[in-house]
Design a binder for this molecule. Structure first.
Ligand SMILES: Cc1cc2nc3c(=O)[nH]c(=O)nc-3n(C[C@H](O)[C@H](O)[C@H](O)COP(=O)(O)OP(=O)(O)OC[C@H]3O[C@@H](n4cnc5c(N)ncnc54)[C@H](O)[C@@H]3O)c2cc1C
Length: 397
């Protein structure tokens, strides 16, 4: 069997894995960095609404004239359960990506820095050889076009997404409570009418229990239309059925193409994100905004830290978990602690019924559009429901 060696093995070629590889190479061009991706191409098949904030994504790739942008978004519109429309933001809001081009663009950057990407190659097991003296402490069993083999690595970055195994193989607790796992389904729908400069978020127990439905424009008359539900609240119906009902009700004449399903972890960062010579990042470590379910930019921000910490630990000849704990701490102060606050808000909001949201939407529409900040929306929610106060206190204080 083939046996290879590398300094840093990155498992998974999604946004997080590709950024981690780029950052590790950029921090130390002498490192031999290998990314293994089990799909035959990066960025496909797409399992995503593809919405990102413009500021966040610009930290990683230049959006000027970029082919990986399907649509520039300048408006955010909420639909209350009864259909009341609330416009909450206007301006440079974000982009709808084309992930079939976005991940290749990230891969090209990683390649330019010196990382090697191998697609169609899956890591099927990972073990640690603690007695190994030369520092190549991790042994990955891999299956690729040339059959099975082994990769020995001095450091492993687990960027293997929502169904991550790397963390588990390393003994980290990456379990997700069932109530914090959303099942999502999405179609690309064409021939429908909506404002192509806006994203729409639609709430309600009859729309998407425990989650929300979205319309993210890919172009004029074409959008990613999907929803996420918490399975425990879904009355035994899978996300796909909820989506079919939604499309029948709201976009009955649209042509459905490009179906996709997937899970989104709406939980907080795993409690322990480091092992000796190994760190997970992105979805693999639950580094997702638990209120929105957005994980592309947050995953890349975590991956940037992961790549840098891997390179620094190798340079210092100290890849111990105790040294790597700094990675966890930096992530928690960057975004992890915000996610804990967002999680508490999500928990509090989950207690309210459709009636509450319908009333809130009407009250917010009473605020002049140019004064409709999220803070003011939240203040209205507090006036209507003082039980939110403890959450607000924890969030704003
Ligand atoms: C329906 C849906 C809609 C979404 N919409 C949005 C959105 O609009 N905006 C947003 O920000 N987020 C959205 N998300 C979440 C977003 O897709 C993820 O948070 C993001 O992709 C995380 O990036 P990642 O690199 O951590 O993981 P991933 O993008 O999942 O990449 C992990 C990669 O690892 C590979 N892999 C896994 N195991 C192995 C293995 N053993 N060996 C080799 N390769 C492996 C996988 O094939 C995959 O390519 C959505 C998710 C779903 C399911």
């Amino acid at each position: 069997m083939i046996e290879e060696r590398c300094d840093v093995l990155v498992v998974g070629g999604g946004p997080a894995g590709l950024v981690a590889a780029r950052e590790a190479c950029a921090a130390d061009p002498g490192l031999d960095v290998l990314v293994l991706e089990r799909d035959r191409a990066v960025g496909a098949p797409g399992r995503c609404g593809e919405g990102v904030g413009s500021k966040g994504v610009s930290e990683f790739l230049d959006p000027a004239g970029a082919s990986w942008i399907s649509r520039r978004i300048t408006k955010v519109i909420f639909w209350a359960p009864d259909g009341t429309e609330v416009r909450v933001a206007e301006g440079d809001v974000g982009y709808i990506l084309d992930r079939t081009r976005f991940e290749p663009a990230l891969a090209a950057e990683a390649g330019r820095e010196g990382a090697e990407l191998r697609t169609g190659t899956e890591v099927i097991a990972l073990t640690r050889d603690a007695a190994e003296a030369s520092g190549y402490q991790w042994i990955a069993r891999v299956r690729g076009p040339r059959g099975e083999g082994f990769v020995r690595a001095r450091f492993v970055i687990g960027a293997d997404g929502v169904e991550s195994m790397v963390g588990r193989w390393a003994g980290l607790d990456t379990r997700v409570p069932a109530r914090d796992m959303e099942s999502c389904a999405q179609y690309v729908v064409s021939g429908i009418e909506f404002d192509p400069d806006a994203i729409y978020l639609h709430f309600g127990d009859k729309v998407a229990p425990g989650g929300y439905a979205w319309v993210f424009p890919k172009g004029v008359g074409v959008a990613n239309v999907g929803l996420g539900i918490v399975a425990l609240k879904g009355a035994g119906r899978p996300a796909r059925e909820w989506l079919h009902s939604y499309l029948d009700d709201y976009f009955p004449t649209g042509t459905r193409t490009g179906y996709t399903v997937g899970g989104v972890i709406v939980h907080t960062t795993v409690k322990r994100t480091v092992a000796d010579g190994l760190i997970p990042c992105g979805d693999a470590a639950h580094m997702i905004n638990p209120l929105s379910g957005g994980g592309i930019v947050t995953g890349m921000k975590a991956a940037r830290l992961a790549g840098r910490h891997a390179a620094a630990a190798l340079a210092a000849h100290d890849t111990s978990a105790s040294r790597l704990q700094r990675y966890h701490e930096e992530w928690m102060s960057l975004l992890g602690e915000d996610h804990e606050r967002f999680y508490r808000i999500k928990e509090a909001l989950n207690k309210f019924d459709d009636d509450f949201y319908n009333r809130l939407a009407r009250t917010v529409n009473g605020i002049a559009p140019d004064r409709r900040t999220l803070g003011r929306v939240f203040a209205q929610a507090l006036i209507q429901h003082p039980s939110l106060l403890p959450v607000a206190a924890r969030y704003f204080v």
